[in-house]
Design a protein around this ligand. Sequence first.
Ligand code: GLP
Length: 294
Amino acid sequence: MRITGVVRPNESVKSGNTVSAAKPQKERTKRMRVVIQENYDKMCKWAADYIAAKIKAHKEDRPFVLGLPTGSSPIGVYKELAWQNQAGELSFANVVTFNMDEYLGLPREHDQSYWYFMHDNFFDHLVDMKPENINILNGMTDDPEKECADYEAKIASYGGIDLFMGGIGVDGHIAFNEPYTSLSSRTGVRNLTTDTRIVNSRFFGNDPEKVPSQALSVGVGTVFDSKEVLILINGHNKARALAATVEGEVSQKWTCSALQRHNGAIIACDEAACGELTVDTYKYFLDIERTQRL
Ligand code: GLP
């Protein structure tokens, strides 16, 4: 039986003799978005355009607060954002950034510190980013507990993070929240797994022993508290992590899966990472995203 008086957005409305199409409404359902792009470059362009649109739309007095990751995944996004900034299309003058993590024991000048990575790949290429608006955990701190508590307090002082971009480890870790980190964890010291040290050893002369064994990292809960979260997942080696993020049980084994409970999580991925999704899920997201622009 149909309920009278209820009109679906695309349904024709009959009034008297005239037939007029109902105006499509903005979708109000909160759900994880999975934006599948053909390849890495298109994924990065999409993500950069999304971030740029959010920064431009931000009209509040307070700055736009952007969470940022390191790793190879975001490099294309950083290039595109820097290009838009240099072209005068996008300003970072009113943007405050908080990075996800930093190796414990690496000084800023070390070419594998995340401080160095962020300046080399992003901040040094921006024309109007204020250095005082860049926040990166200090891996050389004498007091890691205080460093992490201060970081959380500083995020809170800005009213929280508007948009946290992140990458993902092959084991599904976000920031340095390895499997079995509490899904409500806050910024703190993390022990890195052997797997992560092996994966990251490609930047340390292929020697896992040279990869620091600990890091400072925002927590899963810190990321979760952001108004929006945008995670980049690309490449065949991330296929299991993508499936766990989107289709798996919410579980501390795959810390990325916590995002299923978030009200504004977006996964931007490439085709190569979709290999472990069920065909139904893959088609569902392509279908439902078809009419969505950014
Ligand atoms: C490190 C970082 C993570 C990052 C991950 C994946 O473990 N701490 O924040 O997401 O690497 O890096 P990549 O994008 O190079 O695969």
